[in-house]
Each structure stands twice: as structure tokens, then as C-alpha cells.
Design a protein around this ligand. Structure first.
Ligand SMILES: [Zn+2]
Ligand SMILES: [Zn+2]
Length: 427
């Protein structure tokens, strides 16, 4: 076992330069969720060069390849996310779209490729029972809601996130456990780390409808939808003292349409927010307060409001057995002083949905700086961003995981997250 691990690690090291080139190339060509065509083609080509059979077009842009072991056994899925997110002004943003890899998903695809390369070149498959599935998944960032809801309306997807959509399509039906390593941009001194729990959320889209009027000569004839939305946001802020610390509630509205012309009283104003929390009950309770606030803003101004609730992602709980295996490998690689753990993070991921269906591993890597989702995020140490996580994950995902983890029954359940207060996936 020790020999095999060393061989796998040395193959990854030997490919460090090529992996860095791949990771940087993806970083330089960011694409938004469900439209990651170039990125999907790049990862598909790279997997084909390893002589793997590759399927494309899963949930529009997803890519899958399989590596079969010597005998039947559990199916382990190594995940890399394909998408960037809108961060206009990021130095590496696509000038046409404003989309940037400000969450480090380019590194995940590099890990996926590193693990695949290592398991194939080291001939580890000959020692494995079961299969490794390499899965590049679309659309983890829950953004671009108008475009995605339209996509759903046209029947192209049902869910607005890649993993729930792949779950619904049955792509995880034969998978027993899943793993990925996510970038941790905010420096915490750790080269590898683990956060055991993440928030879930629902998304709200609100449309305030007022009455247009000339803003100079007759504003009294109008109903100002922007004022209604502003008041609703204030009402949401007033709720904050009722949020319990342990529920990790996050409500962070933005106005996506604030008015059409400066000299017209705004009559159509749109607002979006997430309502995040550590449990479904907490999300449900906070979402009801947000709804009340939205209605209150409209009521005060004599406007009306249409509220749409979209199922977001479920809270993530990292599987303890898998996490313990990863910790062992991580400490062996980077030393105890450079490995850290924290109980929870208030961000969210659709890996949460997977964690309700199968054991899920979702640790973090360093090698990057700047807060995730901001113009400051960048890769500063390609070895720690691209190479070290692959070396930590490859053995976690192979023999030791097979020995130590009791996999769930194959994930035959269709994903239908019991997200509170949601009309349905999308209406
Ligand atoms: Zn992100
Ligand atoms: Zn991310």
C-alpha cells in the first residue's frame, strides 16, 4: 500500500508542470455555469489522451470518464467543477462576459486530471476493487438566475445547479461516495484544511411593481417600486437581531433592476437574495421573515410584489470517515502545522445535495490568495493549488477509502431536495 501511494504521488509530481499549464489555461478562459463549452472540451480532450472513454454533454456541459479496477467494488467519484462566476474587474476576467475563476474551480479540474493521470500511469487500477469515476460538473455557482430560470422554462434543465441536475439525471445512481478539494482563498496559513459543515440556502427573486410617472413634474402620480424595494431591504436588516448565532443565517439582497430611466418613477424593480442557514428549519424560519419584509415594503408604498422562491442547495456535512482518511494523508503530505480544521463555514455548495445522498469529502486547499468571489482572488502557488491536493486526494479516494469507509447503498434515490418553502425546482 505504501509503495503504491508513493508511486501515485511521484507520478503527480512528475506531471507538475503540465498540470500547472492546464490549471492556468483554464483560469485564463473562465466560463459561466451551463455554458462551459471550452472548459469541458479541454478536460474531455485531456482525459481522452489518457485512453479513457469520455462522455460529454451531461447536464449540458458535464464530462465523465471511468477507470475500472481489477474486480468489482464500490464506485468512487472524483469531482471537478467547471464554472467561473461574474466578477467584472477581476484581472483575469473574460473581457466580454466579466466572468472569472474567482472561486478556484480551475484547480479542481486540475486535481481531477492529476488523479486520473496518476492512477493510470502508476497502474493503480490493477490493485483496485471497484471504479473511479472522473466527473467534471457544470454550474456550481448559483448565479445568472434570469438566464438559468429561462433555461429551466425551456426544459433544458430542472435544477439551477449542476450537481442536483446530474443527480436528477441519474449520473450519480451507481456512485457510492464522492470527493473534491475546493480552493480556500482567504489565507489561513493552511496548505490543506477541512471545514466539516457548510450552509444551505434558498434563493428569492422579487419583482416590485409600481406605477411610472414623470419624475420631475408629477412624481405624486407614480408608485415608486424602487422605494418599495429599498424599504423591504431595510425590513430584512431589522430582522437580523432575531437570527441565532448557531443558525449561521446569511441574507444578502442585491437589486438587479433599479429603474429604467432617471427621469421616470421606477415601476419595475427586481431584487434577488439568498437566505442561507445551517439547517433546513433555520432556512425556513429566516425565509418567512424575508417574505414578510418584501411584502412590507410593497404594502407601505402601495406597490405590489411577486416573490419566487427557488430551491437552492442543501447544507453540506462532510463524511467523518472520509474526512479522517483525508486528514491522515494531508498531514503526511504537508505536516500537522500546515493542516487545519474548522467546524463550519457560512458559504454554500451543491456538494451539499450530494452529501445527503452519499458520503461526501469536501476539504480545502491553499496556494491561492484573496477572498473567493472577489477581484483579489488569484493562484499564488501552483504546487499547492494544483498538485498537493491531487496527491492528498488520490490515496484518499483509492485503497484506504475502500478499506475504511462503509459506502452507502448506490445512490439510486432521485434528487428531490426537501428545500423549505420552495415552489419546486423551478416554475
Ligand atoms: Zn464560489
Ligand atoms: Zn467554488
Amino acid at each position: 500500500m505504501h509503495e503504491l501511494k508513493a508511486k501515485v504521488a511521484s507520478v503527480i509530481d512528475a506531471h507538475a508542470q503540465a498540470l500547472t499549464h492546464f490549471g492556468n489555461d483554464v483560469f485564463a478562459h473562465p466560463e459561466i455555469g451551463f455554458r462551459e463549452e471550452r472548459t469541458a472540451t479541454r478536460i474531455a480532450e485531456s482525459l481522452r489522451r489518457l485512453d479513457l472513454e469520455v462522455e460529454e454533454g451531461l447536464a449540458i456541459t458535464g464530462v465523465r470518464a471511468r477507470l475500472r479496477g481489477a474486480k468489482p467494488g464500490p464506485v468512487i467519484c472524483v469531482i471537478g467543477e467547471l464554472d467561473g462566476l461574474p466578477v467584472p474587474g477581476h484581472p483575469n476576467a473574460d473581457p466580454a462576459t466579466g466572468v472569472a475563476h474567482a472561486c478556484g474551480h480551475n484547480a479542481q479540474l486540475t486535481h481531477l486530471l492529476g488523479v486520473a493521470t496518476a492512477l493510470i500511469e502508476s497502474d493503480a487500477a490493477a490493485h483496485l476493487a471497484g471504479e473511479i469515476v472522473f466527473l467534471a460538473v457544470p454550474a456550481e455557482e448559483y448565479v445568472d438566475l434570469e438566464w438559468r430560470t429561462d433555461l429551466a422554462r425551456r426544459g433544458k434543465v430542472e435544477f439551477l445547479g449542476g450537481k442536483p441536475e446530474l443527480l436528477k439525471n441519474g449520473v450519480f445512481d451507481d456512485v457510492d461516495l464522492a470527493m473534491m478539494v475546493h480552493a480556500s482563498g482567504t489565507p489561513n496559513g493552511n496548505r490543506l484544511s477541512m471545514t466539516w459543515n457548510y450552509n444551505g440556502f434558498v434563493a428569492k427573486q422579487a419583482r416590485f411593481i409600481g406605477r411610472a410617472a414623470h419624475a420631475g413634474n408629477a412624481p405624486y402620480r407614480g408608485i415608486n417600486a424602487l422605494n418599495a424595494a429599498t424599504l423591504a431591504i431595510q425590513a430584512m436588516h431589522m430582522q437580523r437581531e432575531t437570527f441565532r448565532d448557531e443558525d449561521h443565517i446569511r441574507v444578502h439582497p442585491i437589486i438587479t433592476r433599479g429603474g429604467d430611466a432617471i427621469n421616470v418613477v421606477p415601476a419595475d424593480v427586481r431584487l434577488e437574495t439568498f437566505v442561507r442557514g445551517a439547517s433546513l428549519e433555520a432556512i425556513d424560519e429566516a425565509a418567512a421573515k424575508v417574505d414578510r419584509s418584501l411584502h412590507a415594503g410593497a404594502l407601505a408604498l402601495g406597490a405590489s410584489v411577486e416573490i419566487r422562491t427557488l430551491s437552492g442547495y442543501l447544507p453540506l456535512a462532510v463524511n467523518r470517515d472520509l474526512g479522517n482518511v483525508f486528514r491522515e494523508n494531508a498531514v503526511e503530505l504537508v505536516g500537522a502545522a500546515c493542516y487545519g480544521e474548522s467546524p463550519s463555514n457560512s458559504a454554500s455548495t451543491d456538494a451539499g445535495d450530494l452529501s445527503h445522498v452519499m458520503p461526501m469529502l469536501h476539504p480545502n486547499h491553499g496556494g491561492c490568495e484573496g477572498a473567493n468571489h472577489t477581484v483579489d482572488f488569484r493562484i499564488t502557488d501552483p504546487i499547492d493549488a494544483y498538485v498537493t491536493p491531487a496527491k492528498a486526494m488520490a490515496p484518499s479516494g483509492t485503497a484506504e477509502a475502500l478499506r475504511q469507509v462503509t459506502p452507502s447503498p448506490a445512490a439510486s434515490a432521485r434528487c428531490n431536495p426537501p428545500t423549505p418553502d420552495a415552489e419546486c425546482a423551478i416554475v
